[in-house]
Every structure is written in structure tokens, then in C-alpha cells.
Design a protein around this ligand. Structure first.
Ligand code: GAL
Length: 777
């Protein structure tokens, strides 16, 4: 249900600009003509047509406000001070054929930021406070057949849930689900695999629901384990439900036994399918399936994470749902793209800071082999948040990628108090009931402090304060220790002079806020301690908001090992050198320094070759031994030409060079895919690199690009990773313009629905290039 929604901003301070919401007395009667968008007859022809996922905050005509209260949210004019930008109305019409009457229907919103209310055909369905967790509504009673049904959603982004950019709107998928009266209830379906030496026993809890008005008899349920290509490798005993009264649920327990299963792990994330079939008097009425990984996860206080019995050091990152050009409205393929970038660094884990991720994000982690800490938005055991935690666990517990729950993050004084301890105990009880096979952590910004939440956690989470980790472990050897937020240097990609006016920080692992530290510092302290589970870098990618240490004009954070587009900063290569098995050698500098001849340039080199030599224009500047988990530095008097590093890795030599280039004259165009699927959803991430006349990448090019797209598709958004760039990120009629930032920019294309080509035209300094990408059915 992502296609063709109507959208209009409302107003939280003025009912007249909010389509009379607030004065229309909407809840006094079930259905009442109110002249609001809730009415089916409301005329929305003047509203904008939008596709989901949608984040209106990145599309506002005036994109930024310099008000410092908005700093942590990226200076976007959304929230209580901007009533005209903080309410969004969505409407959509859809038809259900008459032949479908008598079936069960529900609407699932995977996520709306935030505080949403939903109506169908003028009838109120309910509300969802959370901006992260989705909600399903049973709409069976309210549907018309062969006549348009109208969904209305009012979204209220006046309050924030976080302290970073969170977007605004229906920023995840919407689904219309249709089943027979007797069907499996997906929200309460639970699968768990117990892994033995040569076999695995999968236990299933299958809730079978009779949504109809008649008692049903003769219900039979069979579950199967199938391989990816559909071969049945295990079948449960059939379960019989003799009588299922109307509007009731019956919980069936089943087992599947498989010998020599293919285990899910990080390199071979094999996914089986569990299929549950429901028959009534021999006739198939429902077939529910999940993708399922058979794996064993065990977390120990002395050896960290054991995945299928083998220790796995957590080499993780924290990420927000936020990307250049699209804000929080990430197409599924972009989720995959970002996770693939993280895998390429050698990262094996992600913490979903600070709330429920999109379901497709978890699907991507299951498929690609990433371990996940799935985090509850708030440490709170009150009705709302305990309910959210229950929904989170039920929604996500069948994902093999999830290895740990998190009950919250940095709750000020509460975390060190007996209140915090009681809240944590309450949430842990929820987790133990709904998912007894996993355990939980809590991300504490506390050093060697035990009192409070930490007392009751199986896994002690450290946000920063890594110098206390050893002492804490000594004092509490019974607890596993995990770095929930580690490192956190601030770096702007391709910048070599910190510039407080424009808000840029040197692209070097050296500047960090008082609570944080460098990448090398935390990794050196943790890498070789078997009891230390590992940690999650703050962060994998830059995100909007939290422009530490600067303020306006700086609007995005600089914490990422990659920028908001996913272009690597220098520290990316540090992590790659210590996390991956690939040979790495990287010079963290650029060599276009006209006018600085003879001046010393500080050159950092990362790599995993034990010995490295640096040469300027063929002349050796010396060979040095690479310190363990460290980097090398040279101070080189600048002379234009080639600065080359040679790494000696046994018999093998690896090299990296940086060169003095001419100005940018053309663009290197690289797509992450060689074609698009013509399904209206697929995307191509087009990465642009400035090149000089000889085809060399120009690392300091900041020229403006003009671009346009022809064909059945659209420019979804664009960016350049510059944390202080305020230009629009979206196109008008498939035309756009953006500066390069230190040699790069990115355009995200989205497929149309026809098998045809898309043609992207890019103009740099009067020179136009064409790029074609085919779309196939
Ligand atoms: C942590 C917090 C993160 C982020 C980070 C910035 O305290 O958990 O969400 O704000 O600091 O350094």
C-alpha cells in the first residue's frame, strides 16, 4: 500500500489550517460529517501525491531554521516551535472486490513518525504513540466492497522521541493483509531452534485465530521446514483443533527436527523457510511462512559471544535510520546497500540506536549475516513503554540476526537509582517471558558504577568510558561486558584543516568530545581481551543532527566512519585494517596543496602490513613498523607529485598512492547495480567522483553539478556528505543540482514500472555526460 498517497501539512496551533481537526468533535459519535480529511467525501485533489516511505521533513520548502533549540535535530523546522510543519495528513483510497467479502482484513503500518491516528471510511481505528514501532489494525468490520475505501492518517511530529534527526511522516511500508477467517496470527508466532551437535529441534508456537462469526471444527495444522529452494526437510506432527469458537485464538505447539542442519552464521547466513499450513476439513485456508536461521547463540562472561560454539568478537556500529537525499524514508534496497558497506569494513554487528528498526532492515541483516542488538526506545516500565517492549520482542524474535535485546540507553540519574533497577527488572521479566532464549543489555553512560540498572543486567553495556572497563570487569567478573557506544571521533570526510566557521573537523582519528575517545584507543583496550564482547562504534554513518562539536552552519553529525552518503572517511580504513582479513593500506591525506610547497604535511597511514615505506616522487621517506592496532605517521615536506605507500606483507607488496591532480573536468559515475528491477521500488545508488583530465580522482573538488533524469523512474534524492551543506536534497521534475564535496556526490535513482532505460544527464563546468541504466521486468 505504498503507492500514491495524498499528503498535506496541517497545523498543530491553528485548527483552521489543520482542516478543522481540534474543533470538529470527532470522537463523540462513530461516524459524523465533520468536513475534515477523515470524511470519505473530503476533497483532497489539491493535495500532493507521495509515495511511501515518505519523510516530509527533508522536503520542506524552507529546510532549515537557525534556532539553536533545533540543533540536535539538525536545525530542521519541525517540532513544537513550528506548528505549521509538524502535522501531516495522509489519505489513500483503495478498492476491495466483492468476491473477497467474508474474509479478514488488516492494515499494517510498519512505522510512522510519530503519534499517529488512523481512520478508515470515517471510522477511528486507533492510535500509535511510537515513532518507531508499527501497528496493525483489523479493518474487517469497516470495509466496503466494490466501492472505494478511504484511509486517513494524522501524524503529529510536534514532540520528539530522540535527540537526533528523526524525520516526520509515514516513513516505512504500509500493508493490506487479507486472510480467510481461520488463519495464523503473525504477531504471536514464535520459532526457536535448539542446536545440538548433529541436529536441531525447532519449537514453534503457532497461534491459530478464528476471526469469523461461526464456530469452526476440523482444523489441522502442519508445519514444515523447507530449504531455500523449497525442499521439505522436516515436517511436524499434525496438530488438530476440534473446535475453535468464533473470535478466539488457540495456541498450538509444534516441533520440527532436522539432522545436520545448515547453520546460520556471519559468512553463510543460510535461511530456511518455516511454513505453517492450516487446513479446515482438508482444505488449505492459510499458509504462513517465515525465513528462519538455525543457529546457537550463547553469551558468556569470560569468552564473549559464542555463535555456534565459536567465539565472535563484536565489531559493531551504531546506526540511525537516516541517509542522504531521503532522510528517514529508506527504500529497502538502501538498507541492504548500507549493511553491505558495513560488512565490507569487516563489521559484523549493528546496534539499532535508539529504537525499533524497520522490519526490512532486520530481513537484510538476516540475509547478509549481521548480528543485531535490538533496542527498546526508552528505559521505562510504564504501560506505554512496557507495551512497546512487548511489541518489539514479539515482532522481532524470529530473526536469527538478533543476538541481544537492549532495554534502553543513558537514562540520566534513573539508571543509577533503585528506580532504574526496578524498571529494568520489570522489562527483563517481559523479555524472559516472551523470549527466554536471549538476554539483554542496557547502554549505560557510566564508568565503574554497578548500583542501579547495571546490577541486574547479564550484559553490562558501556557507552564510552572505556578506561573503566577493565576495573569493572575485575569487580564483576560474572557479567559479560559490551561496548554499546565506543570510539566516536568527529571527522569530516576529506578535510585536513579544522574549520570552525564552516563546521568541519579534520578527517583524522584525533578529535573527540569529552565523553568519547579515539578508534585506536578503544580497540587497543578491547581487542585482545577474551572477556570483552567487543563493541559498537558511535557511529557507522554520519546522521542529521548532533553536529558536535560545532553549531550552525553545521547541521549533521561527524561521528560516522562513513559520511551521510556512505563515502568512507580515513578511519574507515583503520577499522578495515583491524577488523577484516583483506589486505589494507591507506594514506589518509590528499596531495593537492598548491602554495604549500616545502611545508610539512602530517600524513597518517593505516594498514595491516607489518612494515610500511613511504615514498615521495620515488624517494623513500623511510620504512616503519606498523604498531599493533595503530597507525603510522610521517611529516612530509610538500612537493607536488605522487606520495606512495608500500606495505610489506610477507612476500606480498601492497600499495596506495595519493597524487597531485588538475581541476575536475569530468565525473566518474559508478552505480551499485547494473540494472534496476522495474517494480517502482528498486533503487540504484549512483556514486559520483570528480576526475581530472587524466582520469585521476580530484579529492578537493567542490564544483557544482547539474543533473536530470529521463525515462520511467525518478531521482529520489541526492547528497554529498557535507555536514554543512544546506542545499535541497530532492529534485524538482527529475532535475537537481548539488555541489561535489571533496570530490564526491551521490544520486539515488528509483525505478519506474516499465522495462526501459533510465538516462541520467550530469553537467560539470559546461561538460555534459550521459549515464544509462536498464530496467528489467
Ligand atoms: C550518546 C548517545 C547517542 C549520541 C551520542 C553523541 O550519549 O547515546 O545517542 O547522542 O552520545 O555523542
Amino acid at each position: 500500500m505504498d503507492k500514491n498517497w495524498k499528503f498535506h501539512l496541517g497545523n498543530s496551533a491553528d485548527p483552521a489550517q489543520d482542516f478543522n481537526y481540534g474543533i470538529a468533535n470527532l470522537f463523540a459519535k462513530t461516524k459524523k460529517t465533520s468536513q475534515t480529511p477523515i470524511d470519505e467525501s473530503f476533497n483532497d485533489t489539491g493535495w500532493k501525491t507521495v509515495q511511501l516511505p515518505h519523510d516530509w521533513a527533508v522536503h520542506l520548502p524552507i529546510t532549515f531554521s537557525q534556532n539553536e533549540d533545533q540543533l540536535s535535530h539538525g536545525y530542521r523546522p519541525v517540532g513544537g516551535l513550528y506548528p505549521q510543519n509538524s502535522i501531516g495528513w495522509y489519505r489513500k483510497k483503495f478498492l476491495v472486490p466483492a468476491k473477497d467479502s467474508g474474509q479478514q482484513f488488516s492494515l499494517t503500518f510498519d512505522g510512522i513518525y510519530r503519534d499517529s491516528k488512523v481512520w478508515i471510511n470515517g471510522i477511528y481505528l486507533g492510535s500509535n504513540f511510537s515513532g518507531y514501532l508499527g501497528q496493525s489494525y483489523d479493518i474487517t468490520d469497516f470495509l466496503y466492497f466494490n466501492k472505494a475505501n478511504t484511509i486517513t492518517v494524522r501524524v503529529d511530529a510536534t514532540q520528539f522521541e530522540g535527540w537526533f534527526y528523526e524525520g516526520a511522516g509515514i516513513n516505512r511500508h504500509v500493508w493490506l493483509n487479507k486472510t480467510q477467517n481461520i488463519h495464523v496470527d503473525p504477531q504471536n508466532y514464535y520459532a526457536h531452534a535448539k542446536v545440538e551437535k548433529t541436529s536441531s529441534l525447532i519449537s514453534l508456537e503457532v497461534p491459530v485465530l478464528n476471526g469469523g462469526n461461526k464456530v469452526k471444527t476440523g482444523i489441522r495444522i502442519i508445519s514444515e521446514l523447507r530449504t531455500r529452494d523449497g525442499k521439505v526437510v522436516a515436517r511436524s506432527h499434525p496438530a488438530e483443533i476440534d473446535t475453535l469458537p468464533a473470535k478466539t485464538v488457540h495456541q498450538v505447539k509444534q516441533q520440527l527436527e532436522i539432522s545436520h542442519p545448515k547453520l546460520w552464521d556471519l559468512d553463510h547466513p543460510y535461511l530456511y523457510r518455516i511454513v505453517t499450513r492450516v487446513m479446515v476439513n482438508g482444505k488449505l485456508v492459510d499458509q504462513y511462512f517465515i525465513r528462519f536461521g538455525v543457529r546457537d547463540i550463547h553469551i558468556t562472561a569470560d569468552r564473549g559471544v559464542l555463535l555456534n560454539g565459536k567465539p565472535v568478537k563484536i565489531k559493531g556500529t551504531n546506526i540511525h535510520q537516516d541517509h542522504a537525499g531521503v532522510g528517514t524514508a529508506l527504500p529497502d534496497a538502501l538498507q541492504y546497500y548500507r549493511i553491505q558497506l558495513l560488512k565490507a569494513v569487516g563489521s559484523n554487528a549493528i546496534r539499532t540506536s535508539h529504537g525499533a528498526p524497520a522490519p526490512e532492515f532486520l530481513d537484510a541483516c538476516d540475509s547478509l549475516g549481521m548480528l543485531i542488538v535490538d533496542e527498546q526506545r526508552l528505559l521505562n516500565s510504564g504501560l506505554e513503554y512496557k507495551g512497546q517492549f512487548e511489541r518489539l520482542i514479539k515482532r522481532d524474535r524470529n530473526h536469527p540476526s538478533i543476538f541481544l535485546w537492549s532495554i534502553g540507553n543513558e537514562e540520566g540519574d534513573i539508571q543509577k537509582s533503585s528506580i532504574g533497577k526496578r524498571v529494568a527488572q520489570d522489562l527483563l521479566a517481559v523479555q524472559n517471558k516472551l523470549d527466554p532464549y536471549r538476554i539483554a543489555t542496557y547502554a549505560a553512560d557510566l564508568g565503574n558504577v554497578y548500583h542501579g540498572v547495571n546490577e541486574v543486567m547479564a550484559v553490562r553495556g558501556f557507552n564510552y568510558r572505556v578506561d573503566y572497563v577493565h576495573a569493572y570487569h575485575k569487580a564483576h567478573p560474572e557479567q559479560a561486558v559490551l561496548g554499546t557506544e565506543m570510539g566516536s571521533t568527529v571527522m569530516t570526510r576529506g578535510i585536513y584543516n579544522t574549520d570552525s566557521v564552516r563546521g568541519y573537523v579534520i578527517d583524522q582519528d584525533s578529535v573527540y568530545p569529552w565523553w568519547a575517545g579515539t578508534a585506536e584507543h578503544w580497540w587497543q583496550l578491547c581487542a585482545d581481551e577474551p572477556w570483552m564482547m567487543g563493541g559498537f562504534v558511535w557511529t557507522g554513518f554520519d546522521y542529521r543532527g548532533e553536529p558536535t562539536p560545532f553549531k550552525w552552519p553545521n547541521v549533521n553529525s561527524h561521528f560516522g566512519m562513513m559520511d551521510l552518503c556512505g563515502f568512507p572517511k580515513n578511519v574507515y580504513y583503520y577499522y578495515k585494517s583491524v577488523w577484516s582479513d583483506a589486505p589494507v593500506l591507506h594514506i589518509g591525506q590528499q596531495w593537492n596543496r598548491k602554495g604549500q610547497e616545502g611545508k610539512l604535511v602530517n600524513v597518517w597511514v593505516y594498514g595491516n602490513a607489518p612494515e610500511v615505506e613511504l615514498l615521495l616522487n620515488g624517494k623513500s621517506l623511510g620504512r616503519k613498523l606498523m604498531p599493533k592496532y595503530g597507525h603510522l605517521e610521517w611529516n612530509v615536506p610538500y612537493a607536488a607529485g605522487i606520495l606512495k605507500a608500500v606495505g610489506y606483507l610477507g612476500q606480498q607488496k601492497i600499495t596506495d598512492s595519493i597524487v597531485t591532480t588538475g581541476p575536475a573536468t569530468k565525473i566518474g559515475i559508478q552505480s551499485n547495480v547494473d540494472h534496476l528491477n522495474a517494480n517502482g521500488k528498486d533503487i540504484a545508488v549512483i556514486n559520483l567522483t570528480a576526475l581530472d583530465i587524466s582520469g585521476r580522482a580530484v579529492p578537493d573538488a567542490n564544483d557544482r553539478l547539474l543533473f536530470s533524469l529521463a525515462g520511467d523512474g525518478r531521482i529520489l534524492g541526492f547528497g554529498n556528505g557535507d555536514p554543512s551543506d544546506h542545499d535541497p536534497e530532492t529534485s524538482v521534475n527529475n532535475k537537481g543540482s548539488r555541489r561535489l564535496f571533496n570530490g564526491h556526490a551521490q544520486i539515488i535513482l528509483q525505478a519506474g514500472n516499465s522495462a526501459s532505460s533510465l538516462e541520467l544527464k550530469i553537467t560539470l563546468n559546461g561538460h555534459t555526460q550521459l549515464y544509462r541504466i536498464p530496467q528489467i521486468d
